[in-house]
Write a new protein. Structure first.
Length: 213
């Protein structure tokens, strides 16, 4: 896997990002946007979970782009506690579409916790994103009518020891969706401490399956 630091022009200033590419010569690769969890939990693009996901995806032939939301790490701007971070998602998706060898018809978006909420808030502007994956998503975010009626394939993955987004609550809310998502659980907490590789493997399997459709 090759990793390159990139700068993303956002509404609140420049965002720092990491582009992870496979070491193959394929010209049209599937790609994934990775959105990190809440900075209040010390989550940023360098957290072990996202590094594990990027590596797993690269082994499966996916390009990925992960970035720091506004006000996190060296990204410019001020945090807005979820009010405006959806703009960062849209800025990053725009850059992802422009990267070399990316197949614009095979785009996917993955969000963990805070990142899942930001993706959901940007849902109506995601365009050709083919499928979505939410890791330990906030209950209020996945209860949004926009995501409940969205017809794209979805994976929702929760930890059985998650006290912030309890699995039973996640399952209850997603049961109301018009287009039922794939719902999975593992023996992990909200941040998936010590379960990073299992999350990466399950996520990689879902995205590989959806990419083949």
């Amino acid at each position: 896997m090759r990793e390159t630091a990139i700068s993303i022009k956002g509404k609140a200033g420049y965002l720092e990002g990491i582009w992870s590419d496979t070491q193959t010569s394929d010209k049209n690769k599937p790609s994934v946007l990775l959105c990190h969890g809440h900075p209040a939990f010390n989550q940023d693009m360098q957290s072990p979970l996202y590094s594990a996901i990027a590596l797993e995806l690269a082994t499966r032939g996916f390009v990925s782009l992960r970035f720091n939301f506004r006000g996190v790490g060296d990204s410019e701007g001020d945090r807005s506690n979820g009010e405006s971070e959806f703009q960062d998602v849209l800025s990053a998706i725009k850059v992802l579409r422009s990267l070399p060898h990316v197949d614009k018809k095979r785009l996917f978006a993955v969000g963990h916790s805070f990142g899942a909420a930001a993706i959901i808030k940007s849902l109506n502007q995601l365009g050709t994103v083919k499928a979505l994956a939410f890791l330990a998503p906030p209950i209020n975010a996945i209860g949004d009518p926009a995501i409940q009626s969205d017809r794209r394939p979805k994976l929702v993955l929760s930890g059985l020891e998650d006290r912030i987004s309890p699995f039973d609550d996640v399952k209850s809310v997603t049961n109301e969706y018009n287009n039922k998502p794939t719902v999975m659980s593992i023996a992990g907490d909200h941040l998936f401490h010590n379960n990073e590789q299992e999350v990466a493997s399950l996520l990689g399997g879902f995205l590989t399956q959806e990419d083949s459709r």
